[in-house]
Write a protein that binds this ligand. Sequence first.
Ligand SMILES: [Zn+2]
Length: 326
Amino acid sequence: MAKEISVDISPVGEPAEQAEAPTTPARNTCPRCDSHYREDEMVANLRVCVHCGYHFPVTARERIVQLVDEGTWSETARDLESADPLEFVDSRPYPERIAEAERKTGLRDAVLVGTAEIGELPVALAVMDFTFLGGSMGSVVGEKVFRAAELAVERRMPLVSVASSGGARMQEGVLALMQMAKTVAAVEELREAGRPFISVLAHPTTGGVAASFAALGDVVIAEPGALLSFSGPRVVRQTTREDIPDDFGLAESNFRHGHIDMITPRPELRDMVARLAWLLANGAPYRRTPLLPDLGAPQRAVGRLIGGARRRFTDLLPDRDGDGTA
Ligand SMILES: [Zn+2]
């Protein structure tokens, strides 16, 4: 009977907040069709319901595993941590919320940045994690996205980002809002340097992240059913006092209205990102010619001579004609 005596060592928090945490056994049950999966099945299915196509949320670490070539991920700027310059307290002090998010997720903040290879092409990568304070963007997220863009410019790689965020981090006030401008400036630097930027939008991408860098990819890809809007449907309905469509703000609606370029199911995402990165990078083998200055066409010619790149590039196209041209 002694086994049944337990001591609650979980951090003290508001009951409402604890109720939101998705730690119940129903975590692997599809909310759309009630199919239930074992954890190993979920991992194998990339957390997509094989019966109805529902996309479960994925953490940043799992997303990276799904997206990049095995063993190529290298994290940078991992030690950046939020300060509390406003000494902000809502129902709890901000540092307390940060500490709890760190304990729950093992992350330092809501984004991981670094480099990796996708389809053998080196890329700079920024992947957000919704489980860390709702993927909110504060000073650290802004700085890390900026550094990922810097990496892309310095090492002449494409930038790939995966957004999943409730928006700006209100506990950092105007400093969080400033990250919108900062990340947009980072995208602008990418443009000036001619580096491709592929933005993947996962559920949900809203608020200050939807309204800044995440919307500015050269190609913007969304996962099916993802909510992508500045404000959620409830707020819009309350504010406008008008009926809004059932699919308001969803990826499908955004696609119809031209806000995003494509909707790609998760099992095809890695190949799609790889193919686009190669296309936008002109098939130039950045990894093999790291010391060449960016000379545009001459460099690409050298790239072709160095060999293999064009062939590998066309290998990624779905309907290649076999003659080795793109
Ligand atoms: Zn399902």
